[in-house]
Write a protein that binds this ligand. Structure first.
Ligand code: M6R
Length: 368
């Protein structure tokens, strides 16, 4: 079943390109996103004034990535909430709120209860799910399936990139219904999305260096991850994977938050992964993150940068640079996360741990 791979997680990382490609299949017509499965919801989608995403763990991080894109393209406010926090704070809901749940298994109790709460309080519900016929999609008004294929390893990998793909499809569909994006921009984004699988393949082909680093770091006790914009949830995902697989204390931060506290953690020898935005980005986020890297280095920490190919500005300051192919800002997370998945797997392997079945965890958390 593992198809020659030493564990399911390795197999599933290798399937990340297909997870994206299969989730796109049949959903793009003549260069435009068309989601026939949401047809019944189309009028609602024209009328909503807010989107609330509910999910847990890795699925919630995919939701955070999706928030940036859906807001940008469809010009609808989007919030992301951990499903277990949602229904205990009397959230403000109306028939103009769309609650989007994200769940690989479709059985996560926290997420299911959030969906039920939303439906009972008048919101419309859309499920993004990887498991056909699971409970959460059955309880929702509509479903947009991710087609990552069965995910067996407890650590979610290919489902994450498939969830981002589904959210982007949803964002583009919503933008089309609400005429918030011009057609040229829509087409360019679809092209970028379609190019992602081949780019992930390139990242996988050049993953040797990250594996070496992981093996050298078997004794590491703490790792920090920094990212900005859509790189921020990637940092959170990198940290979660390291906690759950390698039992190492790890934290993800928004890079801009560094000076508001976390910089006090930076000391000689501390390992810090930094997800660097593209230097081609117009919002000068690249320069800001490079300056964060300098601040970290000045305090003696070791920086592993995940940066776009040809990004010369990071080279003098980072101890290691893991290169990813050129992509538009919204597509970098799907590439940058791959080395972080590999890093966590290989560090856990170096420590002799069970990669597929980490201690204390279950694949679907069906209790509250
Ligand atoms: O099945 P779900 O997507 O609802 O699961 C949500 C989380 O429990 C899950 O993503 C968890 O955080 C993973 N073990 C992370 O790798």
């Amino acid at each position: 079943e593992k198809g020659g791979w030493p564990n399911f997680m390795s197999k599933e990382i290798s399937e990340e390109p297909e997870a994206v490609a299969n989730t796109l299949l049949g959903r793009v017509t003549d260069g435009l996103v068309q989601l026939d499965e949401l047809a019944e919801l189309d009028q609602t989608l024209r009328d909503i004034d807010r989107v609330t995403i509910v999910a847990c763990g890795t699925a919630a991080y995919a939701g955070m990535v999706g928030k940036y894109a859906v807001e940008q393209w469809a010009r609808v406010p989007v919030e992301v909430e951990l499903a277990h926090e949602f229904r205990y704070r009397e959230p403000v809901l109306s028939e103009r709120t769309l609650v989007v749940s994200i769940s690989q298994s479709g059985e996560t109790m926290d997420t299911l209860m959030a969906v039920k709460y939303a439906a009972e309080h008048g919101a419309k519900t859309l499920s993004i799910c990887n498991t056909q016929g699971a409970t959460i999609p059955r309880e929702s008004d509509a479903v947009l399936y991710t087609h990552a294929g069965p995910e067996v390893a407890v650590a979610s990998t290919k489902a994450f990139v498939a969830q981002i793909t589904a959210l982007y499809l949803f964002g583009l569909h919503l933008a089309r219904l609400r005429a918030s994006l011009d057609e040229r921009a829509h087409r360019d984004l679809v092209t970028e999305l379609t190019d992602v699988p081949a780019k992930i393949d390139l990242v996988l082909d050049t993953s040797e260096r990250i594996s070496e680093l992981a093996h050298w770091m078997a004794d590491t006790r703490s790792v920090l991850f920094l990212g900005r914009h859509v790189g921020y949830p990637v940092a959170l995902e990198g940290a979660l994977k390291l906690k759950e697989l390698a039992y190492i204390h790890a934290e993800g931060f928004a890079a801009g938050e560094l000076k508001h506290g976390p910089i006090a953690l930076i000391e000689p020898g501390q390992i810090v992964f930094v997800v660097v935005p593209s230097p081609r980005d117009e919002r000068s986020l690249h320069a800001k993150v490079v300056s964060n890297i300098q601040e970290i280095r000045a305090r003696g920490a070791r920086v592993i940068a995940i940066a776009e190919q040809g990004d010369a500005a990071v080279l003098p300051f980072a101890d290691e640079v893991i290169q990813i192919p050129l992509a538009g800002p919204f597509f970098e997370p799907m590439l940058a996360v791959v080395p972080l998945h590999i890093f966590a797997r290989d560090l856990a392997t170096a420590k002799g741990l069970d990669v597929d079945q980490p201690r204390n965890l279950a694949k679907s958390v069906t209790v509250e």
